[in-house]
Design a protein. Sequence first.
Length: 269
Amino acid sequence: MPSPAEFAKSTSRANGSELVRFEKVTKRYGDVTVLDELDFSVSTGKHVTLIGPSGSGKTTILRLLMTLVRPDEGTIRVDGDYLTHEERGGRLIKAGEKHVREVRKKIGMVFQQFNLFPNMRVLRNVMEAPVHVLGLPKDEAEQRARELIELVGLTEHLDKYPTQLSGGQQQRVAIARALAMRPQVLLLDEVTSALDPELVQGVLDVLRDIAHSTDITMLVVTHEMSFARDISDAVLMFDKGKIVESGPPDKIFSEPEHQRTRDFLSTVL
């Protein structure tokens, strides 16, 4: 089996440099403010987990990074580049779609739902985007896809359609598909929430292996607190669109300072 570290080589940057930066980002839906002048950053090679109650704004952060929604105020940078803005004549303007697509190539996401192409076998699901988005030659994309399918433990299933796989297997294909784009940052949005309980551990084990064996940057939303504690460099506790507390996992889970954090953890641990 190839080393997981091979799949982070082309995405590596100097660890500790800033990769993602939110500056005064506000997002509203009608009269509801989901994110309220949010400031935070993620450094290259770090794994940052967002925790907090439903509706606290965690998933909105990932959706903003994928440009599924746009901020109402503030800016987002990825590897120094503005995501939804461009600099023209010394001022910021709304970015064109070409600019957004180029910056978004640096980001990969695994969703709650697997979102696999139902008419494509596993191998093609994983190699499709590198061919059509990155322009990778088909033979190179296929080799990359086969290695990643092996990494997630599904070599014997590469000729199957998604409907022939369990939910856990489909999610592992989705992880391989995201990694096939060689993103600089991998977003994980409650990736086990749609799985039957007995399938959760296999997916978490794959993600632990990737987290511990590669230098890929991760931004994670999860209710799996033991997983968060195991893989995170930092944990951010969200409530009502704001960060109420942040720190290393041992501190957040063992000695939280904020009462809201203590209340939340008492319901999930």
